[in-house]
Design a protein around this ligand. Structure first.
Ligand code: NAD
Length: 505
């Protein structure tokens, strides 16, 4: 049996339970069904057949989860940090024990190649370990001296929080949001994306096995417009951490306004990678290919606009075209696969609509541009490279969120920065040059929350992650996550020497 066949067999075993039983919620420490009988089919991108039914959560279900999170908060917030550290590290161990299952289920549920999902499962455990170790110090603040008073600050967990996640890397993103919330002492109501709900249920199960107390972690399945909306409106929920589309972020802000929700948004992007003529050609080429075609291009930090200096555009685009044509598209469980099927038929159609937009706008399709129907009934799209584009074209302005790269040429630094910043988004940017002065000038002027110089997206957990403009509000990573999930309180103590103002004596 080949490794691919073995993967298929193991995935079939892991997925069997989702076929036989409707996937429900995890509320107050118990796997539950919905208050309604409604459910929907969860389709695999591999061939659009159903992996099983998932309950359509209701407002009542969310209310139950929020009540559970509210009740559990008092004990969870007062649990000593070092105990939370132990529990969350134990949780990470459990993720590692089930990493094979998580990666295989995730690949089948969201279409991401197994080679990346294996790493994502391990990264999920790392997220827990990183924040677990920080739990004992989460409450620490500052000491601020005045002549006759001493101020010090402490941090307290904000309360029950909502975590709403998308479908592109569902497991990793859920852990990235939930781990710091729990380490800070918050309780959580999580709503996974309806297109890829399965690993969220594995996480809920692991939280039960790891001994996270009932009500501390709740997962409610269903649609954004009902379940997600209610979480953002519920008065018990004090903050909402959201990862998804910019327009959804805007809805959430409106929905959360009456209850003054604190929000943290990680939204869309149209990130530039600038390659200058003095860059290391091969390393830049590797990174350009990796940062748009890995994870099926369904990656918020993907560099979807290549800005290439005119005097090297010929050889660079020629080499790039060859690499794109050579990418191995296929079943996500095939170890050879580099690009898998897109999440859903509707997204597949949206991505394909950019092929005709490119032609209509006068760009050239140097590679791809078509569906890969030869691979069966899945949502396979040939990795695509548009050349001869300009920044006003739809293919340069809108987030495509697929394996599609738009190449635009520039001549000067000034032109490069103007094109790079001419977008409503501002998540990440990548600069390839061997001139350190130029790298610093460009990095300083780029409108982005994160800039990488001579590197692909390389994640450092303590570093701030987030975007500017329409790409988001707030940062997470390291202490930034605690700033979001906690309230800072200032305590001011007089030294007993200052003059207290006197009235009415
Ligand atoms: P989406 O906005 O459609 O959905 C995200 C989540 O929000 C889902 O769980 C959905 O059910 C829920 N939702 C939908 N409507 C809602 C509402 N009115 N109230 C509350 N919740 C609601 O996003 P998607 O299509 O699942 O994900 C793709 C998007 O995510 C892309 O734009 C991508 O750039 C973005 N993303 C950003 C980052 C980042 O870090 N900036 C990371 C990953 C993905």
């Amino acid at each position: 049996m080949s490794i691919y066949e073995e993967n298929l067999e193991r995935a079939k075993d892991y997925l069997a339970r989702f076929k036989t039983e409707v996937t429900g919620h995890y509320i107050n420490g118990a796997m539950t069904k919905s208050s309604s009988n409604a459910s929907f089919d969860n389709l695999t991108p591999v061939d659009n057949t159903s992996l099983g039914k998932v309950v359509e959560g209701t407002v009542e279900d969310v209310d139950q989860a929020c009540a559970a999170a509210e009740n559990a908060f008092a004990d969870w917030r007062t649990m000593p940090g070092k105990e939370r550290k132990k529990l969350l590290n134990h949780f990470a161990d459990k993720i590692v024990e089930r990493a094979d299952e998580i990666a295989l289920v995730e690949s089948m549920d969201c279409g991401q190649p197994l080679r990346f999902m294996k790493a994502a499962a391990v990264r999920g455990a790392d997220n827990f370990r990183f924040f677990a170790d920080k739990a004992p110090e989460a409450r620490n603040g500052q000491s601020l001296h005045q002549d006759e008073h001493t101020n010090f600050t402490v941090r307290n967990p904000i309360g029950p929080v909502g975590v709403i996640t998308p479908w592109n890397t569902p497991f990793m993103l859920a852990t990235w949001k939930i781990a710091p919330a729990l380490a800070a002492g918050c309780t959580v109501v999580h709503k996974p994306a309806e297109f890829s709900p399965l690993t969220a249920m594995l996480l809920a199960e692991i939280s039960q096995e790891a001994g996270i107390p009932a009500g501390v972690w709740n997962t409610v399945n269903g649609f954004g417009e009902v379940v997600g909306k209610r979480i953002t409106e519920h008065p018990a929920i004090k903050a909402v951490a959201f990862v998804g589309e910019t327009v959804t972020g805007s809805h959430i802000m409106q929905q959360g306004a009456p209850t003054l929700k604190r929000v943290h948004f990680e939204l869309g992007g149209k990130n530039p990678v600038m390659v200058f003529d003095d860059a290391d050609f091969e390393r830049a080429l590797d990174a350009v290919v990796f940062m748009i075609y890995s994870l099926n291009g369904q990656r918020c930090t993907s560099s979807s606009r290549l800005l290439i200096q005119k005097n090297i555009q010929g050889p660079f685009l020629e080499a790039l075209q060859a690499r794109v044509k050579n990418l191995r598209v296929g079943h996500p469980l095939d170890p050879e696969t580099e690009v898998g099927p897109l999440i859903h038929r509707s997204h597949f159609e949206k991505v394909l609509s950019f092929m005709s937009a490119a032609k209509n706008e006068g760009a050239s399709i140097a590679a791809g541009g078509v569906a890969r129907d030869d691979l069966g009934a899945g949502n396979y799209v040939a990795p695509t490279l548009f050349t001869g584009a300009n920044n006003q074209m739809k293919i340069a302005r809108e987030e495509i969120f697929g394996p599609v790269l738009t190449a635009i040429s520039f001549e000067t630094e000034e032109e490069a920065i103007r094109i790079a910043n001419d977008t409503p988004y501002g998540l990440s940017g990548y600069i390839w040059t061997n001139d350190s002065g130029r790298a610093l000038r460009m990095a300083d002027r780029l409108d982005a929350g994160m800039v990488w110089v001579n590197s692909e997206n390389n994640r450092n957990l303590p570093s701030p992650f987030g975007g500017v403009k329409s790409s988001g509000i707030g940062r997470d990573g390291g202490d930034y996550s605690f700033e979001f999930y906690m309230e800072t309180k200032n305590i001011c103590i007089a030294h007993g020497t200052h003059k207290v103002p006197v009235l009415g004596r």
